[in-house]
Write a new protein. Structure first.
Length: 459
């Protein structure tokens, strides 16, 4: 191929332009280093064609270049962050023989930047909102209908109010043009229609189509709270984090009560997390782990369709941390720091600096939680002496994910207690922060938070 930056003519050698291309096709001009996208405006012969606009680089003489038929589009939106890498194209030229697919390489015709397509994406939709101007005089009727792809096919052609936000009962999709071609032979994945009706021949509704647009709505939410206990991490997409609240000197708190007014449709969840800092804890507040607060009272849900069906939920610190039960039992001896393992070798299960829960009569209200200072095949040594006698006390190891979380300590009148990053025990707190996490497996059925209040409590 040969072309210049001052002419719209492309000259080929051994080419078959008349059979390989059609007027209106988009082609990529490339010499392997530079690239340009152009539209074919005419085909003179097998070796000569005309493109729309001059190429941005020239190929002449002994140099060679390729003219490649390709799907093309104009970049409308681009994001490149650690969490999200997306590109949205408009004016796509995708057709049944040339479309965008996973593992394709895309090249910027101006920037020359390139990337590999990992997913040709479909946009999830939980509803839509109109941005339109219309008039519907008396004796006329103006209605709208929407039909879209679902996970199992297509929705019905349902009518929706014009002046209110439309909410779907199931997740619907607006597919990429390329996916529409591959999945459904080019049929549109979203169809939106307006119906005009009148009782008079000389009167009609009016729609200003010059300003009409439809806003796609998607509740950004998932059902994954993995790692929400870690500072600055967590897989949940829908969450609220409060500012840090620092209490006045002398008002250190011993418990917390959080009240959330929210909807909670069946299958969804609202989680409340808190993290606290004692006045004398040297750890930076930003390094503190989050504690998932326990729901107080009944575990009720709200109506799946009642978007204003709010209930008040109460949360507080848990009475115990997440633990794993150890095999066998231990001999707890009042005022002694050592626990005999009653013949069970726990030396491989328990290590120095683990947190051990020793249960007397109740796993939630009568137990002692202590730091392990040493362990062998017959004895576990604790950092502090035991406060009860029990010849067969159940033993539990605090899970690694819970070691720095807060709990109401029954051995200290139910006052909130936590261990910091250096395994130092602290009671009470001077500063706290709240996080509310909303979870749902379905973007059309989500919790709605109306308000919340957090109360630092002294017992």
């Amino acid at each position: 191929m040969q072309f210049t930056t001052t002419s719209e003519t492309v000259t080929g050698s051994g080419t078959a332009f008349t059979t390989d291309l059609n007027v209106g096709d988009w082609v990529a001009l490339s010499n392997g280093t530079s690239h340009d996208a152009k539209k074919v405006t005419s085909i003179t012969s097998n070796t000569s064609l005309t493109i729309q606009g001059f190429p941005t680089f020239a190929v002449q003489g002994a140099n060679t270049a390729n003219v490649m038929l390709s799907a093309q589009g104009t970049v409308d939106f681009y994001e490149n962050t650690s969490r999200n890498k997306e590109m949205f194209l408009i004016d796509s030229t995708a057709n049944s023989t040339m479309y965008f697919a996973n593992s394709d390489i895309i090249i910027g015709s101006q920037s020359q930047a390139n990337a590999v397509v990992t997913t040709v994406k479909n946009l999830k939709t939980s509803g839509f909102e109109n941005l339109i101007y219309y008039i519907s005089p008396e004796l006329t009727e103006f209605t709208q209908f929407a039909q879209a792809n679902t996970a199992t096919g297509s929705s019905a052609n349902n009518s929706y109010p014009v002046d209110n936000r439309a909410r779907f009962d199931e997740e619907q999709y607006i597919k990429s043009r390329s996916n529409e071609i591959v999945d459904q032979s080019g049929a549109k994945s979203w169809k939106h229609t307006y119906k005009f009706k009148t009782q008079l021949d000389r009167l009609s509704p009016i729609l200003d189509d010059s300003t009409t647009s439809i806003v796609r709505l998607e509740h950004v939410i998932n059902n994954d709270a993995t790692n929400e206990y870690l500072p600055g991490q967590g897989n949940a997409l829908a969450k609220y984090v409060s500012k840090v609240v620092t209490l006045d000197a002398g008002l250190d708190a011993e418990d917390i009560k959080v009240f959330v007014t929210s909807t909670r449709p069946q299958g969804t969840d609202v989680q409340v997390w808190a993290r606290v800092l004692n006045e004398y804890d040297p750890d930076p507040f930003g390094d503190k782990h989050w504690t998932k607060l326990a729901r107080v009272g009944d575990d009720s849900f709200t109506s799946p369709t009642g978007i204003n069906d709010f209930i008040e939920m109460e949360f507080g610190f848990p009475t115990s941390l997440d633990v794993t039960k150890l095999s066998g039992t231990g001999l707890a001896d009042l005022a002694n720091t050592q626990i005999s393992t009653n013949g069970t070798d726990l030396s491989t299960a328990v290590s120095t600096n683990d947190l051990l829960k020793i249960v007397n009569t109740s796993r939630t209200t009568d137990y002692q939680l202590e730091l392990v200072s040493a362990a062998n095949s017959t004895v576990i040594t604790l950092a502090n002496a035991l406060t009860f006698d029990n010849t067969e006390a159940d033993l539990f190891l605090v899970n690694t994910t819970a070691k720095q979380q807060a709990f109401l300590d029954p051995g200290n009148e139910g006052i909130v207690t936590y261990f910091n990053g250096d395994n130092i025990r602290f009671n009470q707190y001077r500063s706290f922060q709240i996080k509310i996490v909303m979870l749902s497996p379905d973007i059309t059925r989500v919790p709605r938070i109306k308000n919340y209040r957090a109360i630092a409590v002294t017992i």
